[in-house]
Write a protein that binds this ligand. Structure first.
Ligand code: ADP
Length: 548
């Protein structure tokens, strides 16, 4: 017997419909050099319609890729709606990639039109003549009179003029939920970037998942400031979640990395939810402590992308900023799990629960698998193996068929993250498969060591990598950045002593090397690839002595 419910296509057009019909008065506020750009949804929707008209006039057809090289701002948000809702595919380019990666990505996706924020034009210059699929470049600026030709792009179109020439209404086509809506490339920390292709259905279901109370729990009453680039995993799905819920949206434009601008925007516009990777909050804590400012309206700080060091969560808690830890990756749209302490959690265990990667999102299934045998491991909080997931917003492959081995034979996605799962269902990431340190046949978690080092009162940041060792295969080496006031005033011995009651003896790093800054990836995570590439080998004469 068949169900008798409607075959309603799940598409981003529904999110746009809500933005237009239900949330007209809600604002989209973008930070600018002086003040802000403010627009209501009622003002934005006709612009989205005009933009779709302009794309059609430029020859964009369903399935065509439209690239953006842009900050988090109102025009980027307009593209987020117009491109997928007209049946085309929004391809957000990571503006912190090297030119050769950008070139690879644009060519791999075969982008037809490319929208660029004016300050980012220099990034396009090295690509001139190397991206043949791109037929038009559209410049996004408030001052359309600016000279376009000086950068070698003489025939660039102007965003605002294109919109001005179109009608305020657009006949949105009927879409199938299986159609591609957006593309995002993995940041390439391991090899060439690979294209993840989201469908309307996956985006719709992911949005519903994000909104659940036990997930990110965003509501109509919220004002959300995503400090997650819109080119990175769809800004964690927050733009569509805000559209669906009807939250006010704050966009930091190019001031994303500036704690002062972020705090001012949050303060002035009364943000209730902030979202970003741990490095953003490390800077924010320092700024708030320096200035004595506070953000009392903020009830949740969503944090993911890498593990939250305990010391960071404690400092944020002390400032009244409650962190909500989430885990995910580009291939999981990205939300995979969220750490909300469960009902049975005793108050003394709350912090520990919040520091895990949390429980898997409703809609996603998770398992951990033994890397050697492939067998599923128990949820006992002890056994650890690779996280594998499946669900309607998990990738089943990459664009152009790259890396088919990421899917298991029975159709689960191999995440490359190593974790244990407690009997209550909390996922605890131990490391990434490529970062665990293999010493004497056992695994050392680089993440746990980093967190332990970062809880040292004189240390601001720490990254740990495994370096080759004749006897032990690999040994951990820590790279630590002292807090500014302790620069030159903290020693290796002090750090190692501090770790002695926190980790097993054989986990103690062979060396602590002090540096000024931990290199970061394009999305602000510690870039251990760079550390590894430039690392001086272990001085094994010292090592032998400490190990024996
Ligand atoms: P890339 O793989 O290029 O770094 P992603 O942004 O997709 O790009 O990164 C996803 C990875 O980030 C995950 O596989 C995981 O290793 C790490 N990650 C994300 N969130 C967390 C978290 N809360 N705790 C620990 N690691 C995390």
């Amino acid at each position: 017997m068949e169900g008798l419910m409607q075959d309603y296509e799940l598409s981003l057009q529904h999110v746009l419909w809500r933005v237009e019909r239900l949330h007209q008065k809600k604002e989209v506020v973008t930070k600018q050099e002086q003040g802000v750009h403010r627009m209501t949804n009622a003002e934005m929707v006709p612009r989205i319609n005009r933009l779709a008209g302009a794309l059609k006039r430029l020859g964009i057809k369903p399935g065509d890729r439209v690239a953006t090289l842009a900050y988090n701002n109102h025009r980027h948000l307009e593209l987020y709606y117009a491109v997928p809702c007209m049946g085309a595919v929004l391809h957000t380019l990571n503006l912190r990639l090297f030119p050769q990666h950008l070139e690879f990505i644009v060519n791999d996706a075969e982008d037809k039109v490319l929208f660029v924020d004016q300050p980012l034009i220099p990034l396009l210059k090295p690509l001139l003549g190397k991206i043949p699929s791109v037929q038009q470049i559209v410049l996004m600026t408030d001052t359309p009179a600016a000279s376009h030709s000086e950068n070698g792009f003489s025939d660039m179109l102007d965003y605002e003029s294109l919109l001005a020439a179109e009608s305020e209404s657009y006949p949105w086509p009927k879409l199938s939920e299986r159609m591609a809506a957006a593309m995002c490339y993995t940041s390439g920390t391991t090899g060439n970037p690979k294209g993840v292709v989201y469908s309307h259905r996956s985006q719709y279901l992911h949005t519903m998942g994000v909104l659940q109370a036990d997930s990110l729990g965003i509501t109509e009453k919220d004002t959300v400031l995503p400090i997650v680039p819109m080119f990175h995993a769809n800004s964690w799905g927050l733009p569509y979640a805000c559209g669906m819920a009807g939250s006010k949206v704050l966009l930091p434009d190019r001031f994303m990395g500036d704690a002062k601008s972020i705090v001012e925007l949050a303060e002035q516009e009364e943000a209730t939810i902030l979202a970003g990777v741990p490095t953003i909050w490390i800077n924010t804590v320092a700024y708030l402590n320096q200035t004595g400012k506070r953000l009392p309206k903020v009830h949740t700080v969503i944090c993911g992308g890498s593990a939250i060091p305990r010391s960071l969560m404690e400092s944020m808690d002390a400032l009244g900023l409650r962190m909500l830890h989430a885990w995910g990756m580009t291939e999981t749209s990205p939300l995979g799990s969220v750490a909300r302490p469960r009902a049975a959690t005793k108050p003394e265990d709350e912090l520990r629960a919040r520091l895990t990667q949390g429980a898997v999102s409703a809609g996603v299934e998770i398992r951990i698998s033994d890397p050697a045998t492939g067998e599923e491991l128990p949820w006992d909080g002890v056994a650890f193996g690779e996280i594998q997931v499946r669900g309607p917003w998990i990738a089943r492959g990459y664009h152009n068929g790259y890396d088919p081995g990421k899917l298991t034979e029975d159709g689960w996605f191999r995440t490359g993250d190593v974790a244990k799962i407690t009997p209550e269902g909390y996922v605890e990431i131990v490391d990434r498969t490529k970062d665990v340190i293999k010493s004497g046949g056992e695994w050392i978690s680089s993440v746990e060591l980093e967190n332990a080092i970062m809880s040292h009162p004189k240390i601001m940041e720490a990254a740990v990598i495994g370096l080759a060792h004749a006897k032990w295969d690999e040994r951990p080496i820590a790279y630590a950045v002292p807090k500014p006031e302790f620069k030159g005033k903290v020693t290796q011995e002090e750090v190692i002593d501090f770790l002695k009651d926190k980790v097993a003896k054989w986990w103690l790093p062979d060396e602590v090397r002090f540096i000024d800054e931990v290199p970061k990836t394009s999305v602000g995570k510690f870039d251990k690839k760079v550390l590894r590439a430039s690392a001086v080998p272990i001085d094994q004469t010292i090592k032998q002595e400490s190990k024996s």
